[in-house]
Design a protein around this ligand. Structure first.
Ligand SMILES: [Zn+2]
Length: 437
């Protein structure tokens, strides 16, 4: 690897690839997803289901429409039947349309709850489709439309922002970036209403829970991040070695340049803690422990972890998580409504999604900065190897579930986007900064 870095500096990329590919294990082969927009390209069975569905839609026979469209694009989960034509976009759109129209009918009947369930199902279909074809603005538009309809403003902001960051050259990206801010403002307005309502309930119950962190959140991501980071630095032990701090900060800032969010004041802090960990606070405040630095072997890997955490911050994940857990703990502090359905399950679900988004955007930042694109992948791989073997590692795994499929999709993402795994590793500068032999 040291030798490969020398060749990289000389611009001899062929030699870099030759050396590194002897050391790095090959990724398992991945198959690109292909979207089909044309009914003429459907399979025989697919065309029959599509034609039948069209007839049922014309006759307004909703139940039968669902049956045919499910055969076509979703399959049958209970019976373990795969769809006939899984990537047929008009089929998905028809299915979403059927869900939405049924929901409207339920609302007319006064069945609000049922309507809400149907809209959530429709959203699920759109979200899985948009995540399979992240480069398609038409799918994103539908996803955002439905997120807003379901009052998921911060999720809409994340989706719009993610597209703008991942596809900076797309002509619609500037608009998505502006929209992302708009949805974020809307989220903060809703949050304000929610907090006010909760504080009214709290007062009525003679309860005075701690509104501190929620009030801080209302100042927006940038300012909330500043307040949280300052209190964290005061309570935690910041590494006193200037060389290490400057180094971590310089690598982080290099990546942050590619992450958008010029409004953030990025800060990268090394914490004295033997447990491998890294986390992001809102507004670009990133922390990494000495335990994690000890596990890392190169600048590319450090950049990978920092890129992952920067992504959590720029995609508003940290902001959203803090808001969620503050609201949840506030609700739990009210004795009478203790049984409120604060869904841990939902939060775990969001976490998995967020991890994937951060892995993917982090890998993109890494690659844009000229590092070997598998920096995130390599650290995940190392963590996967020691998962469960060490008590000390618990910290990281509590906030970052390392599943085998995570290593798999990062590999596929690098593969399908043609990112270069054989670029700069920066082994020597990393060793020097950490004073390793
Ligand atoms: Zn993460």
């Amino acid at each position: 690897m040291l030798q490969a870095d020398q060749f990289y500096k000389q611009g001899n990329l062929a030699k870099v690839k030759e050396i590194q590919s002897a050391v790095k294990p090959e990724f398992p082969p991945s198959e690109p997803l292909v979207a089909n927009d044309n009914p003429e390209n459907l399979s025989g069975a697919g065309q029959r289901h599509w034609n039948n569905a069209q007839r049922m839609i014309d006759r307004n026979l909703r139940d039968s429409t669902f049956i045919y469209l499910n055969f076509l694009v979703v399959g049958n989960k209970e019976k373990n039947i795969a769809p006939t034509d899984p990537d047929f976009i008009p089929g998905y759109f028809a299915l979403v349309d059927a869900y939405e129209k049924t929901a409207e009918q339920e609302i007319k009947k006064g069945h609000e709850k049922k309507a809400k369930e149907l809209n959530v199902q429709a959203l699920g279909v759109v979200e899985s489709l948009a995540s399979r074809f992240p480069e398609r603005a038409d799918l994103l538009d539908k996803q955002i439309e439905m997120l807003l309809k379901n009052k998921k403003y911060i999720e809409a902001s994340i989706a719009a922002n993610q597209f703008a960051l991942n596809y900076p050259d797309n002509p619609k990206s500037a608009e998505y970036k502006r929209d992302a801010r708009k949805y974020e403002d809307q989220y903060i307005r809703e949050l304000r209403i929610e907090i006010t309502a909760l504080s009214v309930i709290g007062t009525a119950l003679g309860n005075s829970p701690d509104y501190g962190s929620l009030m801080v959140l209302l100042q927006g991501e940038k300012n909330a991040g500043k307040v949280f980071a300052e209190s964290y630095k005061k309570n935690g032990s910041v590494v006193e070695n200037e060389r290490i701090n400057n180094y971590v900060s310089s690598i982080g800032k290099k990546l942050a340049k590619f992450a958008g969010r010029e409004d953030f004041e990025y800060e990268f802090v090394a914490l004295q803690d033997d447990n491998p960990g890294a986390f992001a606070l809102p507004g670009g405040k990133i922390f990494i422990t000495t335990g994690m630095l000890g596990l890392i072997d190169s600048e590319a890997e450090l950049a990978g972890i920092l890129g992952h955490e920067i992504s959590h911050s720029v995609l508003s994940h940290s902001f959203r998580k803090i808001a969620n857990s503050s609201i949840a703990s506030m609700i739990q502090s009210f004795p009478i409504i203790n049984n409120f359905p604060v869904s841990n399950l939902l939060m775990a679900e969001a976490s998995r999604d967020y991890e994937k988004q951060a892995d993917i955007l982090g890998t993109r930042l890494l690659s844009s900065s000229g590092y070997s694109a598998d920096g995130v992948y390599n650290v995940m791989f190392k963590l996967q190897q020691i998962e469960g073997k060490s008590q000390g590692i618990q910290n990281w795994f509590r906030s970052h579930p390392v599943a085998t499929d995570r290593v798999k999709y990062i590999g596929e993402f690098i593969d399908l986007n043609g990112y270069n795994r054989y670029a700069y590793e920066g082994v020597q500068p990393y060793r020097e900064a950490l004073n390793r032999k």
